[in-house]
Design a protein around this ligand. Sequence first.
Ligand code: 4AD
Ligand code: MG
Length: 431
Amino acid sequence: MPNVQVKDLGTQVNSDVTVTGWVVTTRSSGKIAFLVLRDGSGYLQAVIPKREVEEEVWDVFGTLSQESLVAVTGEVHAEPRAPGGYEMLVRTLVRLSPSVEYPISPKDHGTPFLFAHRHLWLRSRKQVAIARVRHEVVQAIRDFLNDEGFTLVDTPILTGAIGEEAGNLFATPYFDLGEAYLAQTGQLYVEAAAAALGKVYCFGPTFRAEKSKTRRHLTEFWMVEPEVAFATSDDNMRLQEAFVSYIAQRVLERRESELQELERDRSALERIKAPFPRISYTDAIERLHAKGSPITWGQDLGAEDEALLAADHERPLFVYNYPKEVKAFYMKENPDDPRTVLNNDCLAPEGYGEIIGGSQREDDYDQLLARIQAQGLDPEAYGWYLDLRRYGTFVHSGFGLGVERTVAWMCGIPHIREAIAFPRQIHRLYP
Ligand code: 4AD
Ligand code: MG
């Protein structure tokens, strides 16, 4: 009998096939038994009428438990009410491997228990749907950038200089050279590559020793970082809104059943279309005051401030030109208001907060050196980075989009830790 994947059953209606998969649920009335299987490509309901099968088949059914591995053979029928749209009338059933006391039952478990069993929890329907949405987001990112003429440049994870800020570094001993830091960002390296290739991006894991437990922070997360030669901060925001809109539309188009499984409100995603509204940091502070926030000019926006601002919009919101003091050393000073820099955050609606941080980069050698010194960083560690301002310095901009925050938003799940297969957080290193 041909071995068929569940996703291909539509081509096998009324023929006999074999499907191999794990048992999701079993139930029996005593006369007829139902078996739902998962094979990694979909779900299949297999039906076993006691009087029509050999006794042995019925006996094997009796030994099955959740996550046993089985091979079922029988005829495929279209069945609109079955999950996946097809059903199998079973003739033979073989148990290939047992599963004794599988710890995750269909009843509700607490979150700590589920994360302790993350290696098994990944098999459940909702987690499978999230994984597929994540895959689509990653594929959409690559396709968009490729179509727009970007070249992928892989940047190092072991780095000698602080990329973003000193406060949350992971350090590891590095032979005779002192300490290496796990990359907080690939940005400084893609800036160098942009002078070689024009439009570039890096895409990989980044690391921050975040000591806080929030819904939005992991210690290891994936970030895509496009960097564009000759782009201004304004060009940068245009690219971001096109990028984010493309990702959302791709998920809507290609992950309909997953969004349904997640009970995601599609209309919220349908509204994600460029252009996105924009507000300067300074105007945002005024708006926040009007809403009763105690924030003062010069402070970074907290999660609550972001939520207050984003609540006014159904699309993502750009907040641009933040105070220099609260932002990283590499952002270009705003010539019209030197208290601020030419940067932007992109705040997702529905309370998801910052999904992108971006900026035009400081391209003036002296200004950059002054900023490095002012932040107490070692100019020697940035010699190579300063070189980019010595040899044909150029206007350039870029941004970083956090994959887990984007996936959580697309899926409508409250916490980003479910948006990656094996999350890393302050208190979580296993599995
Ligand atoms: O705003 P951030 O820190 O920007 C940078 O790292 C720049 N170097 C990017 C660039 O211009 N090339 O981080 C960018 C994004 C955030 O907006 C957020 O989506 C995500 O990365 N992010 C995190 N995601 C999960 N856990 C964390 N601890 C994160 N920190 C940042
Ligand atoms: Mg940021």
